[in-house]
Design a protein around this ligand. Structure first.
Ligand SMILES: NC(=O)c1ccc[n+]([C@@H]2O[C@H](COP(=O)([O-])OP(=O)(O)OC[C@H]3O[C@@H](n4cnc5c(N)ncnc54)[C@H](O)[C@@H]3O)[C@@H](O)[C@H]2O)c1
Ligand SMILES: O=c1ccn([C@@H]2O[C@H](COP(=O)(O)OP(=O)(O)O[C@H]3O[C@H](CO)[C@@H](O)[C@H](O)[C@H]3O)[C@@H](O)[C@H]2O)c(=O)[nH]1
Length: 436
């Protein structure tokens, strides 16, 4: 089948590449000329494990193409996936301008039956808005379906190819049949496709992300309580997660949830609720607690050092989580902001995400080339991302290079006994404080 994907970011590029790998001919469209030229030359513009291999295989196989021209792609395909940004507007609501602009263009360019498949995360009622808009632009028949995407950055290829479910929201038999054909290689392999109406499908995405954000936030609250009463959150997490009704995933406490999805989707659901007079009280609390959690280690560092003015603080990890170069809503950004405000000197290291942080913080902080250069002369080390390379450091090198043996670990990477053995002051989340 010939498929067009509009928007080649994390979702569009991964979906396009994977759909090509399932045998479809995929034309990816993006307005960013530089990005398109890069992809035409065989370069992947984002960091996403496994993606490059599948990308190159499908370019070579003649199934994956890139263009800046929607019109060109639509000449060969009448199934169009939208993988466009839906960033938060000033009031927290999802900004639908990208989706609606492209919908309008599709309406103008259509010359036959067209299926518009919306993969962007959008509020309930967006399919209807898109339908109404296209209706004013064309005389040709068309359908709009909602097909929310559940992939995680860092595991995107795996999540797309082996999803726990594919959700399709629509109201036309013709559209459902096309969706059946597109996903046949997955459903044949035992992946379930759940069909429903458009509104329920759109809400399934927001409700899933908001539920996961709530689960994480609940654990952060439990962790903060553990510290007050002397319980260990890792043990509590393991005990709770062993109950299948709770499940052991997404129970890791830390520096709060970040990334391009949870923060914006929680905000957007709260806002959508308000528009119809519904108060998502639980999500309002989740948001507030999460905001506080991102910088929860700062007062701890401040207390330990007796102030931050002129202190050298090292940060390991800048990405919002491991295995990605994405820094959208990363706790590291707010940590850096507060440290600088309080007069500290910051040296940071992230093997993949540093370049993106440089665009924001420029030369206001120092960027180290490796994790050990980063801690040279440091008064304290903050761990903000759980990259694999931080999990087993040579503690002897840390002891030699750091001015103070002090680690503030936002990801609970280390064994408490080991850090006590090495003589570190070690503050993690929801666990006993190890004092030198
Ligand atoms: N990032 C994720 O992990 C993830 C997962 C599931 C769902 N989503 C949702 O998917 C959507 C896309 O997210 P993303 O992270 O891939 O975004 P992104 O910002 O990484 O990519 C969006 C792409 O769209 C392009 N674009 C913008 N306007 C365009 C236009 N008029 N025509 C063609 N291309 C255009 C941009 O240049 C960019 O390359 C959002 O609604 C998001 O909430 C994201
Ligand atoms: O136990 C956990 C799990 C995650 N996180 C944090 O939660 C955030 C989100 O993590 P994750 O869900 O792994 O990353 P995303 O790539 O943002 O993926 C989420 O957002 C996507 C965009 O909507 C959805 O498609 C995915 O299903 C959903 O997991 C990150 O800051 C993590 O550090 C925790 O603090 N504790």
């Amino acid at each position: 089948m010939n498929i067009t994907i509009v928007g080649t970011g994390y979702v569009g590029l991964v979906s396009g590449t994977c759909l090509a790998d399932l045998g479809h001919s995929v034309h990816c469209v993006d307005i960013n000329r530089e990005k398109v030229e890069m992809m035409q030359k065989g370069k992947v513009p984002i960091y996403e494990p496994q993606l490059e291999e599948v990308f190159l295989r499908n370019i070579k196989g003649g199934r994956l193409f890139f263009t800046t021209e929607l019109k060109e792609a639509m000449k060969v395909s009448n199934v169009i996936f939208l993988a466009l940004p839906t960033p938060p507007g000033e009031d927290g609501s999802a900004d639908l301008s990208y989706v609606l602009n492209v919908a309008e263009q599709i309406g103008d360019l259509m010359t036959e039956y067209t299926l518009i498949v919306n993969k962007s995360t959008v509020p309930v009622g967006t399919s209807e808005k898109v339908k109404n808009l296209i209706q004013t632009k064309t005389k040709f028949p068309f359908d709009v379906v909602s097909n929310p995407e559940f992939l995680r950055e860092g595991y995107a290829v795996e999540d797309f190819m082996k999803p726990e479910r594919v959700i399709v929201g629509g109201s036309s038999q013709r559209a459902f049949e096309i969706m059946d054909r597109i996903y046949l290689p997955l459903t044949n392999a035992g992946i379930k496709m759940i069909k429903m109406d458009e509104k329920s499908s759109e809400l399934t995405k927001y409700a899933s992300n908001s539920f996961l954000a709530t689960k994480i936030t609940f654990m952060n609250e439990v962790a903060n309580y553990c510290e007050k009463v002397g319980a260990d959150v890792d043990k509590v997490r393991f005990g709770m997660g062993s109950d299948e009704r709770i499940g052991n995933r997404f129970l890791f406490p830390g520096l709060g949830y970040g990334g391009s999805c949870f923060p914006k989707d929680v905000k957007a659901l709260i806002k959508s609720g308000k528009e119809v007079g519904h108060n998502f009280q639980i999500l309002e609390s989740v948001e507030k607690i999460n905001q506080k959690q991102k910088t929860i280690l700062i007062p701890e560092v401040e207390k330990y050092l007796g102030g931050l003015e002129g202190k050298n603080i090292a940060i390991w990890g800048l990405a919002f989580k491991e295995n990605t170069d994405d820094i959208r809503e990363a706790p590291s950004l707010e940590i850096i902001e507060q440290l600088l405000e309080k007069g500290a000197k910051v040296t940071a290291y992230d093997s993949i995400a540093s370049d993106n942080v440089k665009k924001i913080w420029k030369n206001k902080i120092t960027y180290a080339d490796n994790m050990y250069d980063c801690i040279e002369g440091a008064d304290a080390l903050i761990i903000a991302t759980e990259w694999g390379e931080f999990r087993n450091p040579h503690f002897n090198i840390l002891k030699e290079k750091m001015k103070n043996r002090a680690i503030f670990d936002g990801r609970n990477l280390y064994d408490l006994n080991e850090l006590a053995f090495h003589g570190f002051y070690y503050k993690s989340i929801g666990r006993k404080l190890i004092k030198k």
